[in-house]
Ligand binder design. Structure first.
Ligand SMILES: [Zn+2]
Length: 353
């Protein structure tokens, strides 16, 4: 990194020195510009937050009612200490934004997490021209190529239908913020009733308030005792798997939706019945396509397979380097940790049996 850089990695996260604010800080700071409300990007306790207008509701839920959250419609700009700041759709979850910074003719874009295929739960990703592009690389390996989401939704609905015929409930696991709502948007409510875990239902409310159409859902906790769950779909976060809460549904088939299912889907039959490949991040072809679409000559790679992506971009003649931001926490990282934990558990079961 050089001294004139608009964003620099610090212990507290990516810092814009001229503007005196942080992008996705991981510690409380006076002023935070936040790409999206996942916990590895939005940290609790900052003095002031700036996010997209579309994301204000979910960020407020995540940061608490007392948090000061300012918002900006996509594409509108504000000046912060002479730096022109605007937010542009990232297509990752409701309200997710790329942060565009402009100072003395130089333009930087920090993309946060992003995905190119449009879905029904958030504004689609838009490439933003810039000189320097900061990109994630969560799935930055050539093996990651997503099937179309419609084919995945068709698979999920067929699985649900088959479970219904067998008199079983369907327990579908996905991260509570973003993934769950995207899954709900793809379910066919004519198959049966849809129930949710409390963590999911709370965020469904925020999505509906933001104008996202979701099928009717009911909080599973309010169902009468002795209820039969055969034929029902229950959407819950991965952490619910194997808990007494999940066991109350009786005979059930359990599935999980995650980009990690590309390589792990078939290995854990004991713990999970089905793995669906559905990710809210770019796959390898759309990562490279998005980088090219920015026209950036310099690319800073973070959060994932940084070394692989940097080497590839350098071979293409770009000025690429690893940006060490060490995103931590729950959010997508949690999603991955949970999948890892389930896999370890499943392997232990296999060894014991
Ligand atoms: Zn995220």
């Amino acid at each position: 990194m050089s001294t004139g850089d608009l964003l620099k990695p610090t212990d507290a996260g990516l810092y814009c020195e001229v503007g005196d604010f942080f992008v996705d800080p991981r510690r409380p700071v006076p002023r935070a510009v936040v790409t999206h409300a996942h916990a590895d990007h939005a940290c609790w306790g900052c003095g002031r937050y700036l996010c997209s207008a579309e994301g204000q509701g979910v960020l407020q839920i995540r940061m608490g009612r007392e948090a000061v959250v300012d918002s900006l419609p996509y594409g509108e700009a504000v000046e912060i200490n002479g730096v022109r700041v605007s937010l542009h759709p990232a297509g990752h979850i409701l309200g997710s934004a790329q942060v565009r910074l402009e100072h003395r003719g130089e333009v930087w874009v920090a993309s946060g997490d992003y995905k190119v295929e449009p879905d029904a739960t958030c504004t689609p990703f838009e490439p933003v021209a810039c000189h320097v592009f900061v990109t994630e690389s969560t799935f930055g390996l050539p093996i990651y190529r997503w099937p179309s989401q419609q084919s995945v939704f068709d698979e999920i609905n067929a699985w649900w239908r088959a479970n219904r015929e067998a008199g079983k409930a369907s327990l579908l696991l996905g991260y509570a913020l973003g993934k769950s709502q995207r899954l709900l948007s793809g379910l066919d409510p004519s198959i049966g009733p849809i129930y949710t875990h409390g963590a999911v239902e709370k965020l469904n409310r925020a999505y509906r308030e933001a104008g996202v159409a979701l099928p009717p859902t009911a909080y599973a906790g309010t169902a009468a005792k002795g209820k039969s769950w055969g034929g029902a779909m229950i959407v819950a976060p991965p952490s619910a798997q194997g808990t007494p809460w999940a066991r109350k549904f009786g005979p059930a088939s359990t599935g999980i939706a995650s980009g990690w299912m590309t390589i792990r889907g078939t290995r854990r039959r004991k713990a999970l019945d089905r793995g669906f490949v559905l990710s809210d991040h770019v796959d390898w072809p759309s990562l490279l396509g998005s980088i090219a679409a920015t026209g950036a000559s310099r690319v800073l790679v973070t959060h994932g397979y940084t070394a692989v992506v940097v080497r590839y971009l350098r071979e293409q003649g770009l000025d690429a380097e690893i940006l060490a931001t060490r995103y931590e926490g729950e959010g997508d990282a949690q999603d991955r940790a949970e999948v890892d934990a389930m896999e370890t558990e499943a392997e232990a079961v296999e060894e014991a049996s």
